[in-house]
Design a protein. Sequence first.
Length: 408
Amino acid sequence: MDNIKNKKEKQQNSVPDGQVGIRTTLNKMGFSDDKISYNEKTGTVTLNGRNFMKPSYMDEAAGRSYAPKSEIQRSVVDFYKNSSDPVVRVSDAYAAKAGDLGLTADSLSYGNGAVMIGGVPLNTLYIDDYGKAWARQSDVDELTSSLAERTGVKSPNSVLKKYNEQYMSNIWNKLNDIANRKDFSYNPDDDPVYAAYKQKYLTEGDRASKNAMANYSALTGGYTNSAAVTAGAQANQYYAKKLSDVIPQLASDAYDRYSDKYQTDLNLVTQMLDAYDSAYQKASAANNQTRKNVNTSSSSVVQRDKDAFDREQTANKSDWENLFNKQKYDSGQRDSFWNEIFNTQKRSENNLENNARVLNNEQQKIYLEYYRSLLDAELEESQANAVKNRSNAEKSIAEARARYGYGY
């Protein structure tokens, strides 16, 4: 009775097929025991104090929770889905980061039981049933960026940003000045050239006016007269007119300077753009060459690993072929051995059959001789009866002849 009870309890405590320990699985992913707990009220496994998942099976006696491995893996992904550092599929995360840098997928490899980026092992959480590795986003980004830093590869966007900051701010400032320049206008009082002409003509006009007045005053004994005043005024007007006449030319010259500055600024922008384009193209070409070298090196490593794998596969294939041929030879030897046994048994069976057949013939001969003796006896008896009957018939005929005098 106790055996039946123990057997029943053992059946009740057995873990269903396909179930694995949740704590053990999380430990393998790198989560320490102090981060994993169980909420008995809700029947939920917790991680970092938050609800993680409900077990598919609980071993109450042992205090262990179980679930399919794939469900535990999905729960880890869901647990970090909305965080700043989600759990991601390594190939996808690396492709996004490496694509920005222009690195190929060859830098992502698998060897010695670890996923590696640029030859450096990645801290992976798990590898799913489809052979895909999963890890935290930050770990993938960190190793990918580290690879770029070690090899000197920069993303096209970072190269562009650097040269934009170095050149484009000045270019944009200059273009902004050109676009927002004031319309042309001319004010002689703001023109230093006009001020120089003004000073010159005022001085000459004043001197000419004084000379004219002195000349006309001398005619009247040195006294100022109306003719002297008029002559002085005319001299001033002459130079005032000369100053007025120079303004249009000064305005034209100012406009030429305005236009020349505009064209000069445009030419300067063009030169700055050419310098920017040349510097960026050279930096971009150098970065592309570095990226090409890194990708070629990574490709060579991948090819080397592939060649090594192929050699190992060839060696394994040769070993398997040798083993197969040996097994085939051993199988042939065994077949030959068993065939010999079979043939020996067959010969023995044939000998027995032949012996049995000989025995039957001997028996048949005895039976035939016996039957023949019986037939001979019967024949002799029949012949004797026939002779007796013929004798009796001949006797009857003779008696009939004697009695009746005629015969048949």
